[in-house]
Design a protein around this ligand. Structure first.
Ligand SMILES: Nc1ncnc2c1ncn2[C@@H]1O[C@H](COP(=O)(O)OP(=O)(O)OP(=O)(O)O)[C@@H](O)[C@H]1O
Ligand SMILES: Nc1ccn([C@H]2C[C@H](O)[C@@H](COP(=O)(O)O)O2)c(=O)n1
Length: 233
């Protein structure tokens, strides 16, 4: 690779349950590109800190934990028809923590530590290291604004909070997790509020992002809209 080769990055930011992960994995599969689930890094850091009984408001201790943690992704095999096999497994300090990481409790803890500047700084290089040929699809809250400001295209996915809560409810019910729709809606609204109003890297569309409201749009339709933003290949 020449030192001047620019590795393309497509960023997909948005609030919880807007479909970032699902859409990003499918787009990456279509393109044959790598995929970064940056939210999983914050979730894994929160979990690793909890394992060490670190107070999640202790910024330096959580940042130190983020630097020390080993976080690896194991992609799920494709289905027999070649479709997306689902969220990658996430291995934290050698332990498959995927199921623990997907709970709303882990999401809330991730959102809390993500507001701490030293923790965000500790995860920057790791996120950038995912940028490898032939390209990267990166999902999160600040992919297009902070981590990959030169990405193109940038997408900001939204959906109404009710729709996002319904999606999460179905997702968790299908996994056999006992939850209530109202409880989930409350947790999603609280997370939106914290992620959008923090001082560092708040959840906000990049100035050059294309905003797609996915309320009432199926997964395939959203994937198509995102792929249509790329130059003809
Ligand atoms: N356009 C859509 N229509 C219907 N369901 C969808 C759509 N997009 C995603 N979903 C479903 O919604 C659920 C949440 O999607 P996903 O996990 O991709 O969201 P997310 O934005 O990555 O959430 P988080 O930020 O919490 O990780 C999944 O069950 C997924 O299959
Ligand atoms: N780039 C990112 C990704 C995630 N976060 C924080 C805020 C979220 O509430 C939390 C969990 O993310 P999810 O797995 O739901 O995408 O992590 C962030 O601040 N920046």
């Amino acid at each position: 690779m020449s030192s001047h080769t620019v590795v393309p990055v497509l960023t997909i930011d948005g609030p919880s349950g807007s479909g970032k992960g699902t859409i990003s994995r499918n787009v990456a599969l279509h393109l044959g590109w790598h995929y970064l689930d940056s939210g999983a890094l914050y979730r894994a850091t929160g979990l690793a800190a909890a394992w060490e009984s670190i107070d999640l408001s202790d910024e330096d201790a959580v940042a130190d934990c983020a630097r020390r943690a080993s976080i690896r992704f194991q992609p799920m095999p494709l289905t027999e028809s070649g479709a997306d096999g689902g969220e990658p497994r996430v291995i934290v300090n050698g332990v498959d923590a995927t199921d623990d990481l997907r709970t709303e409790t882990a999401g809330g803890a991730a959102s809390a530590i993500a507001a701490l500047p030293a923790v965000r700084a500790a995860l920057v290089d790791l996120q950038k290291s995912f940028r490898r040929l032939p390209g990267l699809v990166a999902d999160g809250r600040d992919m297009g604004t902070v981590i990959f400001p030169d990405a193109s295209p940038k997408v900001f996915l939204t959906a109404s909070a009710d729709e996002r809560a319904r999606r999460r409810y179905k997702q968790l019910k299908d996994k056999g997790v006992s939850v209530t729709l109202n409880g989930l809606l409350g947790e999603i609204l609280a997370r939106d509020e914290r992620d959008a109003n923090r001082a560092v890297a708040p959840l906000v569309p990049a100035a050059d992002a294309v905003v797609i409201d996915t309320t009432g749009l199926g997964i395939e339709a959203v994937v198509r809209r995102v792929l249509d933003l790329l130059p003809a290949r």
